[in-house]
Every structure is written in C-alpha cells, then in structure tokens.
Design a protein around this ligand. Structure first.
Ligand code: MGD
Ligand code: MGD
Ligand code: SF4
Ligand code: MO
Length: 861
C-alpha cells in the first residue's frame, strides 16, 4: 500500500510543489505533474524531516475519469495529490484534472462534516444539531422501523448513485436494502444517463469503445458530447486521432469546446439529430453505400413484417414452418424469404445470403389466411423517403449539400465512430435519436471492429463484474423502483411495482438529490410537509441534501477507505486505498451500514463481516468479488491490484474494449451479457437475436415508432402538459456538465470557483440577449411555471438561438437559494415502460426537454 517512503524537509517540499506547479500549468497547478516528479521531490535530504508516504488511489466522483492518483501524505494529512501515471499502457498516462488534484480543498474544507447531525426542527429551515454516532444510528434505525411497520419496508427508498466507483461500500448499501426489503432507485435512469436506444436496438444496457480505440477510427462524428470538458483525461485521444488524420466532426446546437477542436462543426437545432441521421441513411441507401452482407447476417432487416397488424411474422404462424424447439422462452422465431419462407433462429446467425430485402410477399398462414408482408429493410426504405435533404434542413437547419457530402463521407471513410453524448439523449425522444444514429453505423457495417461503433459516455454507472455474491445476500431478492415514479406517481403502464403508500423515507448516499434530481423543489416541499417522513443522507460534506435531511451521517472520501472500482469508460480494475484515517468522525460506509443493520435486526450484522475493521472487511469483500466476479476479473488478485491497475479481461484480442466484437467475429447472437442482469432479462429486448430496428411491441406501434423516426421536441412533453407553453416559454433550458465540477461535487471548491468568478452563469445568444435587454454580467432570472433560477448572463455567439445554457450542479447556496432543477420535469415516455429491468430498460430522465423564459432581474413581465 505504501509504495514510497522518504524524508523531506518542509522547505524543500514546498519548493518542489511551487516549482512543479508553475511547470505543469492548469493540469498540475496544485501539485506535481506525475509520479516521477513526486518521487524526485520526496527523495530529499535525511535528518529530522517528517516522513512522507505516497499512496495510490483512484479518484472516484461520478465522473468519467477514474484517474489513478497518488496522495502525498505527511503525519496522516494529505499534502499534495499527483497523477499516478502508472498505467501499463503509456497512452493512458497521465490521468487527472484540477478538480481531482485539488481534492484537499474538500477533504479539509469548511463544509466537511465533523459529526453526525440530527434535525429536531424543520428540514431546510432549522439548524441541524450535532449528535453522537450512537444517537444518530439509533434514531435512524428507530424511524426506519416505524415507517416500515406502518407502510411496509418497500416504502423506504434507497439511492446510491453509479455502481462502478464503489463495489464494496455501495454494495453494502444494496446488501442492507435487500435484507430489509427496501426499494432501490437505480441511478442510471434517474440521472438520465440510460440511453434507451441500446436495449431497444442491441439488447444491452449500453456500450462504448475504450478511449484508446479512438485512435483506430478514421471518422469520428460527435453528436452532443462535450469530450473536452466531460472526458478531460481522455480528450487527448480525440486530438491525437485528429492529428493522425481522423476526421472529427461535431454536431451540436452550440459551439462547444469540443466543436472548437473539430475539423468541422455543424450547428443543428436542439433534438433534431434523428432527422439528420435519417437523412444520412437515406443517402446511404439511395447510393447503395450500405453493407448488404452485414445487415442480412446481423440485423433484423430481412425479417418479414405483416402489413395487416404491423407485427413481425412469426415462424409458428406460417404454413410449413415451426418455431424451433430449442428457441429460448424469452425469444421468438421469425421469418425471412429467399424464394422460400425460412425460419429465423434467434440463437443462430446462419441465414443464406440471397435474402429478400426489398419488395413484398404474400404469406400463407396456418390459419388459412394469406397476408402481405414486407422485409424490415423495405419498410425502412419507405420511411426514409420523408428525409430528403430539404426536409432535414427544415427540421435541423443543416444545409442539404453538407448533408449529402457528410453522408458519403460517413459511409465510405472507415472505421466510423459515432459518439452520442448524454446531453443529447437526455431528451424525451433521446431513444429515437439513438436508434437513428445507430442505423448509420449498422448500415455501413461499422460495428464490432477496431475503431468502429457507436458509443455513449456517461458517468461510471455500469457494473463490470458479477456483484451478486456481495450486493445481494443469498436467497434474497432486490426491490427496484425507478425514481421518476416517486416524483410522478404511478402510471397505467408501469411494470415496476409501486408501493401502496408511495415512498415515505429516503436513504441517500454518494448523491445530492435535493439539487440534482428533477423537481428538487417538490422533493424539498415533500420533506417540509411531512409527506416524505424521513430522509437520511450519507455524505462527507454539507450539501443542500444534508440541509433537507432528518439525519446526516458523515461518510468519508476515497482517500479514507478501501474500495474497488471498475467502470465502463475505463479499461482498468483499480483500488481505492486509504491514504489517511477518516477525518473528524467520518466513517467508511460499510461500517455505517453494518451499524445500522444490527440496529434494525440483530440477525443482519453477520452479513457485514462483524469484528473486522472497515478496511479489513473491505479487503475481504474485494477478495470475494474477485473470486466470484466472472471472466472480466478472472485470475486478478488483491495483491496484484495493490501493485497498480490491472486491465480487465475481455474476449477481444489484447483485452481491448470493442463492443460486439465477439458477435461480429464469432457470429454470436445479440446481445452479449450486460452485468449485473441475467442474459435472459436483456435478451428478451431483441427477440430475434439480432440488432433490431423494427420494434413491434404495442407501445411502439401506438407511438408510430416501430422504425426510428424524427419527432420534434416538446410536442409530447411540455406542450402536452401545458399548451400555453408554446407561446409562453420559447427558450430551451439546456443543462450541460461543467468542467469546473463533477455535478454538484466541487461546487464549493474555492480553486474551481475562482476560475468562474465564484458565480453561476447562464449562456445566451447575443441576438436573444439583445431582444431581452440583457447584457453581459446582468443578473438574470430563468423561469417557467415550475420554478426559477437566479444567475448571471454570459452573452456568447457560440450559443444556439433560443437556448438558455446552464452548467448543472451548483448548490442552491450559490444560486441565491433557487434551485435549477425546479424548472425540469420528470416526463415518462410509454415506450420506456414496455419492459422493466432496473437500470437497463426503465424510464429515463430527459433534463433538456425543458422550456423556460429569461428576464433581467428587476424587469417587469
Ligand atoms: N468535468 C466533468 N466531467 C463529467 C461530468 C461532470 O459533471 N463534470 N459528469 C460525467 C457524467 S455523469 C456524464 S452523464 C457525462 C455527460 O457528458 P456529455 O455527454 O458531454 O454531456 P453534456 O456536457 O451535458 O453536454 C454535451 C453537449 O450536448 C449538447 N446538446 C444538448 N442537446 C443536444 C441535442 O439535442 N443535439 C446535439 N447534437 N447536441 C446537444 C450541448 O450543447 C453540449 O455541448 O459527463 C461526465 N463527465
Ligand atoms: N438538470 C439537470 N440535472 C442533472 C443533470 C443534468 O444534466 N441536468 N445531470 C444528471 C446526471 S448525468 C447525473 S450523473 C447526476 C449526478 O448527480 P449526483 O449523483 O447527485 O452527483 P453529485 O452532485 O456529484 O453528488 C455526489 C455527492 O456524493 C458525495 N460523495 C462523493 N464521494 C462520496 C463517498 O465516497 N461517500 C459518500 N458518502 N459521499 C460521497 C459528494 O460529496 C456529493 O455531495 O445529476 C443529474 N442531474
Ligand atoms: S475529477 Fe474526474 S477527471 Fe478529474 S481527476 Fe477525478 S476522476 Fe479524473
Ligand atoms: Mo451522468
């Protein structure tokens, strides 16, 4: 654990820090540029100097970075944080950003929680009172027992944010929730990070190329992903790829920092990406630029669809065909045609080559009826007829000549990598946009090859190991409830089980829902009215959510505990190792849950390694996870991880992370497994065992979304909710992620705030600002019927027309106690309710599907 011990005088140490700080500029202003420099500095003179040690850990906020960092520790205090730069593959070195390197500002900052706190008055109004751990834990257990007795344990909701950064401690929360029968709210859909086109089209939760694969792409089309700000330690791969000759093109309503690094920037209207993608696909089909062999083998394009009911033709319906007996219960056998009707086996990609893709056939059914059917490809071709370059221009603003030229480029310059950013799928029709974008890759065979594919990079949500042995005690079942239902109430079509009295208590950790969840103001009101009877929040600092809690339990940062991290956006398995003992009275979360568990039921304690210190217990959990985690971590040991990061295993040569490589190269059915779900849970999403563009479940047919189509924003959301919004609220409230924060974490980091004048801003287009009489620096109210936000104007020609761009994450205290998530609304799209597999197919939040107006503070309406 302690990789490096040396002596250094304080004077020498500070000198070293200052010198390297100046040298590395913004990337390392707080400390050393990399471990080599750190080593040089710490190997100084001997004598009476204090002892320094270097501890390697992993920066673990809800960021895409997962950067390996070294803490330089003196007398149990972190003096500096430096990039570890110890990845075996040099292209990943170094990783880190100024937020991670200035984490001491939070570890030792003024907002650090010192003791447990109990609210004896009104949450959000009265001061929380200091309490001992005994008092806080006893009180929490007592309230939870009372609420469970009154409303049932399922009325208690648990939210713990992205799993990939904390297999041990977040797992402990899941373990306790499962034992107690509480409901768990999956973070992925609540965050709006679940790109629903993935399960719909590929049957997986989501997938992405590892960043070094960008270097293998020759064409990289970025649709609304701000890599330069939201994938800071990986952004250099984009720049290097471009330097090597990869064309980089950015589609975004606003000129983002990433657009500034591209070869070409195309300004498009908000949520018009599906129109653009389908326009591109039309050109690809018309000019014969598609890969016929690929689509016949790996997709549903040859499957026949009945014109009378819009459903795919099943083998069992057709005279002379039968569903193969070895078809799994969660799959279906469909039909293709090559002069004869052929049964399409869901588990075998073995159809002959000369399949009918265009035209129609008459099908004799077992019932004696005859129906007309067309292949999916034919139906697609017909539906694409609407997307002429001129029609696309009308929807998106993209010039027809550009569309045709770019379509040809995308179809012919291979490998093609499309990056579909989170902000872009955080719209009501984000699923349709993703299905349309994926169609470009699939038609051109850009799937499962080095440098090729479509990727969605959100936070570190996805689980890369089998976690069941730790997260779910043997013989128990988890209860899940998507958070959108907590806000919205139950819906007619929901598949998740809604508790009879709703959610009456919340236990949250690793998140700040009272700023970050939509309708955060409603959540606040529910606590204050008593509708939400009890909230316990575990954090290491005093966030807005702490202010609205009944009990605050001080957890610890990743510098104060042992944990394991492995996320989808990073190819390495890494440890968090304690650099210091917990600050003040903070306690590792596993300890907190063990203490709570034994108070809830003495039987529960045995599930949490009683008798072991938290770090010892965490190591036992890690050993268990490595043993039972499945092929991705096979053979990896704790001892190995203590030496440094270890690349996760995969079936791709070199353990590379290339989605669907095994499907395409081994002709295996779709989908591959999405952990932690069982294969049959997600395989039901693509019943044909192929990449599916035609969805025939009733909700898709009712919505007219069997095939990917473009639908304009707001029609089924804001305008359906309030028709007056069409005239009243003409600005689109877009909430992108900030380079200065990780969501709301670092809201209070003084160094980061200095870079933003300590103020929250709203970005407006100059024409819009002028029309509203708003000038640079003016205080502005951004508002709609649901809420308001007070911020300062930045007038910026790069911002799209009628966009009010806010960088999400600010604590209310920096917004004059307004809440930016008081404007957003938890819309639920019916096609997201066709199945329910937690965090895989569930209603996804659409932050950007939000309208507002802006006015200068002081102006009358
Ligand atoms: N520094 C930092 N990095 C982070 C995070 C952080 O908070 N801070 N958070 C992490 C997490 S959890 C996430 S989910 C990711 C999110 O990271 P990204 O996917 O990059 O998302 P955003 O930064 O929200 O927005 C990116 C861009 O989408 C554009 N956009 C919005 N709507 C549309 C549209 O309809 N079409 C198109 N083409 N573009 C559109 C916006 O104008 C913006 O430029 O970042 C991760 N990385
Ligand atoms: N309007 C709008 N809202 C959004 C978004 C948007 O684009 N627009 N983005 C959404 C997205 S993509 C996401 S991912 C969410 C993120 O929202 P949240 O998940 O709420 O993330 P943070 O705001 O970073 O809050 C994390 C909290 O956990 C604490 N913490 C960090 N590490 C630890 C630890 O080890 N132990 C404990 N106990 N606490 C810890 C931090 O101090 C911090 O207060 O926000 C969502 N909200
Ligand atoms: S905040 Fe994100 S990018 Fe910065 S050091 Fe931490 S993990 Fe890396
Ligand atoms: Mo996210």
């Amino acid at each position: 654990m302690e990789k490096n011990k040396a002596k250094l005088s304080r004077r020498q140490f500070l000198k070293g820090t200052a010198a390297t700080g100046a040298m590395v500029g913004t990337m390392g202003a707080v400390g050393f540029a990399n471990k080599a420099i750190a080593d040089e500095v710490v190997s100084g003179e001997s004598g009476s100097a204090p002892e320094l040690k270097t501890v390697r850990t992993t920066c673990s906020p809800n960021c895409t970075g997962a950067c390996g960092l070294n803490a330089i520790v003196e007398n149990n205090e972190i003096k500096a944080i430096v990039q570890a730069a110890d990845y075996p593959e040099q292209e990943y070195n170094p990783r880190g950003c100024l937020k991670g390197l200035s984490m001491m500002n939070l570890v030792y900052g003024p907002d650090r929680l010192q003791t447990p706190l109990i609210q004896k008055g009104k949450p959000g109004v009265d001061e929380l009172q200091k309490a001992t751990w005994e008092e806080a834990l006893d009180y929490t257990a007592q309230r939870l027992k009372e609420i469970a007795a009154k409303y049932g344990p399922e009325s208690i909701g648990v939210a713990f944010q992205v799993g990939g950064t904390s297999y041990v401690h977040k797992g402990a929360m899941s373990r306790l929730a499962t034992l107690a029968g509480w409901n768990i709210h999956h973070a992925y859909d609540q965050n709006g990070d679940l790109p629903m086109f993935w399960p719909m089209t590929f049957g997986v939760q989501s997938e992405e190329l590892e960043p070094s694969e960008w270097l293998n792409a020759r064409y990289m089309a970025v649709f609304g992903s701000n890599i330069l700000a939201t994938r800071l330690p990986d952004a250099h791969f984009l720049v290097e790829a471009r330097n090597k000759g990869t064309k980089v093109i950015v589609f975004d309503p606003s000129y983002s920092p990433t657009a500034a690094k591209a070869d070409e920037y195309i300004a498009i209207n908000g949520s018009s990406d599906a129109a653009v993608a389908l326009g591109i696909c039309k050109v690809i089909l018309e000019e014969g630029l598609y890969d016929q062999n690929f689509i016949s083998t790996f997709t549903d394009m040859p499957l026949l669809v009945r014109l009378d009911n819009g459903k795919r033709l099943k083998a069992d319906e057709v005279e002379g065909l039968t569903k193969p007996t070895d078809t799994p219960t969660y799959r279906e056998a469909f039909v293709a045609y090559n002069g004869n009707f052929l049964t399409v086996h869901s588990e075998r990609l073995d159809l002959p080559e000369n399949l009918l893709l265009e035209g129609e056939v008459e099908v004799p059914l077992k019932s004696g009826e005859r129906v007309i059917a067309k292949p999916v490809f034919q139906l697609l071709k017909e539906s694409l007829n609407h997307y002429t370059p001129e029609a696309v221009e009308k929807e998106s603003g993209m010039k027809p000549d550009d569309l045709v030229r770019i379509a040809r480029e995308m179809a012919t310059i291979k490998p093609l990598h499309i990056v579909y950013g989170a902000s872009n799928y955080q719209w009501y029709h984000g699923d349709l946009k993703g299905r349309a974008l994926a169609l470009i890759n699939v038609l051109t065979g850009n799937i499962g090859q080095p440098g090729a594919g479509i990727s969605t990079y959100a936070g570190q949500y996805r689980i890369r190991l089998k976690v069941g042995e730790w997260w779910v005690p043997e013989g128990r079942k988890q209860n899940w409830l998507p958070f959108l239902y907590v806000l919205n109430g139950p819906t007619e079509n929901m598949k998740a089980k809604y508790p009879k009295d709703g959610i009456k208590a919340l236990i949250t950790g690793w998140g700040n829902p009272f700023d970050q969840h939509n309708m955060s103001n409603i959540l606040r009101e529910r606590v204050q009215s008593g509708e939400l009877e009890f909230v316990a929040n575990i954090d290491f600092q005093m966030t807005t959510s702490c202010e609205y809690s009944h009990v605050v339990l001080p957890g610890v940062t990743w510098y104060e505990k042992t944990d394991l991290t492995a996320s989808p956006v990073h190819p390495y398995l890494q440890l968090q190792q304690p650099a210091i003992t917990p600050v003040y009275e903070g306690r590792p979360e596993l300890w907190i849950f063990r203490e709570l568990a034994k108070r809830l039921n003495p039987e529960f304690e045995k599930y949490f390694f009683p008798g072991l210190e938290p770090d010892q217990a965490a190591e036992e959990v890690i050993k268990l996870l490595l043993k039972t985690g499945g092929p991705n971590c096979a053979g990896i040991t704790l001892e190995q991880l203590k030496q440094g990061p270890v690349r996760l295993k995969s079936e791709v040569p070199g353990d590379r992370q290339i989605p669907f490589y095994e499907q395409v190269h081994g002709k295996r059915p779709f989908p591959p497994q999405s952990l932690p779900a069982k294969l049959e849970q997600t395989a039901q999403f693509v019943k044909s065992g192929r990449i599916e563009f035609y969805k025939d479940e009733d909700a898709f047919i009712e919505a007219g979304e069997q095939l990917p189509v473009h639908k304009p924003p707001f029609e089924e959301s804001e305008y359906a909710l309030n028709p007056a919004a069409r005239e009243k609220y003409t600005f689109n409230f877009v909430t992108r992620n900030a380079i200065y924060r990780v969501h709301s974490t670092h809201s209070n980091n003084i160094w980061m705030n200095e870079l933003q004048e300590g103020k929250a801003h709203i970005w407006l287009n100059p024409t819009d600002a002028e029309e509203k009489g708003i000038k640079q620096g003016d205080e502005v109210e951004v508002y709609n019927d649901r809420g308001k936000l007070l911020v300062y104007a930045v007038v910026d020609a790069g911002v799209g027309r009628k966009v009010a761009m806010f960088e999400q994450g600010w604590w209310s205290r920096y917004l004059k106690e307004t809440s930016y998530n008081s404007l957003t609304y938890p819309f639920i799209k019916p096609t997201h309710e066709v199945y329910f597999v937690p965090g895989m197919w569930a209603p996804n939040t659409a932050w950007n599907e939000c309208l507002c107006d802006v006015k200068k503070v002081g102006d009358q309406l």
